[in-house]
Design a protein around this ligand. Structure first.
Ligand code: PHE
Length: 341
């Protein structure tokens, strides 16, 4: 009474014709839904005479299992085809040749500053940022340079009026920090400084990095050790340093520090103007007057300070004889010093 065979063929034929996921969902509900064909067969089973029930029941169940498996197979195939269609539509040709966009690189001055910063931070120094616009007090007086002191002539200062000026040295950072933080302290203070000076080796805006260490029992030996390590880190392991006596009002004694020429190793060449040495910074033991000005007892604490000219180091390392190259931003110049471009 049930032509299972023809229902089976009919359903499989329909399944054959299905071509979208939507259609298969519909077809499944016409088979297995509430009023679906297979569901209907199952429902009518109960009206059969008892002797036919077992056989019919098995046939209907076999049909259900077969159709449902066939649907699953078809469904998976359609789903995969849909994914493949989407992928094909979104395909990107990674082999297409496009012009390379050039990436920025660190300016030589920033390379030097970052390298020095790495060195000193690695040795326990903090990085301190101090204002570029200063008062006469922080740039001069607190650093033991009273009004009318001849040492002011060394730094052709830009005065802004109202008692303000553009700092001529990062040494102001020493005073600002020592007013706030009591020893022991170790800091570097990198930044721009300004002087009315303009020739091939001087620019009205240039860069310094101040260093300051204050603690009990700090000596000139500690200064030499710190600067020796720094010189070797920047210019290479074979580098030696030497101290020459000098004068700064805020350090006593004061020294000018030279490094052995990284180019000729000390024999004399164009880079070191045949002297074998290159001057790179000023330094000394913090003058007790400066400590006093900051409320630190000079009988208990001692310190050393140094000020490195970053432009000078950049000029030496880039082998240029005009500081303007560091400012002009000519990419042909800068590109030579870009790392990893
Ligand atoms: N501030 C000095 C200068 O600009 C350098 C310096 C710093 C010297 C710290 C001694 C100690 O010339």
């Amino acid at each position: 009474m049930y032509d299972i065979q023809s229902i089976r063929e009919q359903m499989l034929a329909k399944l054959e014709g299905v071509s979208t996921e939507r259609e298969i969902a519909d077809l499944k509900s016409t088979m297995f839904g509430k009023s679906g064909t297979v569901t209907g067969l199952m429902r009518e089973l109960k009206d059969l005479p008892p002797d036919q029930k077992p056989r019919a029941g098995k046939e209907i169940n076999d049909l259900r299992v077969e159709l449902s498996a066939a649907c699953d197979v078809k469904e998976k195939a359609l789903h995969r085809a849909a994914i493949e269609r989407t992928l094909a539509a979104d395909e990107i040709d990674l082999t297409i040749d496009k012009p390379v966009r050039s990436v920025g690189a660190e300016h030589p001055l920033n390379q030097i500053r970052n390298k020095l910063t790495d060195y000193f931070v690695g040795n326990g120094y903090i990085v301190y940022d101090s204002p570029e616009i200063e008062t006469d007090y922080y740039n001069f007086q607190a650093l033991n340079i009273p009004p009318d002191h001849p040492a002011r002539d060394m730094q052709d200062t830009f005065f802004l009026g109202n008692g303000l000026l553009l700092r001529s040295q990062t040494s102001c950072g020493q005073v600002r920090l020592m007013e706030k933080v009591k020893p022991p302290l170790k800091m570097i203070c990198p930044g721009r400084v300004f002087r009315n000076d303009d020739d091939s080796s001087h620019s009205p805006v240039f860069h310094q990095m101040e260093g300051l260490v204050v603690d009990k029992n700090v000596t000139l030996c500690d200064l030499k050790g710190a600067l020796d390590g720094f010189a070797k880190f920047i210019f290479g392991e074979k580098t030696r340093i030497r101290f020459r006596p000098s004068y700064f009002p805020f350090t006593e004694p004061s020294v000018e520090v030279d490094v052995s020429c990284f180019n000729c190793g000390g024999d004399g060449c164009r880079v070191c103007k045949n002297t074998g040495w290159i001057e790179i910074l000023g330094a000394g033991m913090v003058n007790r007057k400066v400590l006093e000005n900051c409320g630190i007892d000079p009988d208990v604490y001692h310190g050393f300070a140094f000020g490195v000219g970053l432009d000078r180091i950049a000029m030496i390392q880039c082998a240029i004889d005009d500081i303007k190259h560091l400012w002009e931003n000519d990419v042909r110049f800068l590109r030579q010093f870009a790392k990893g471009e």
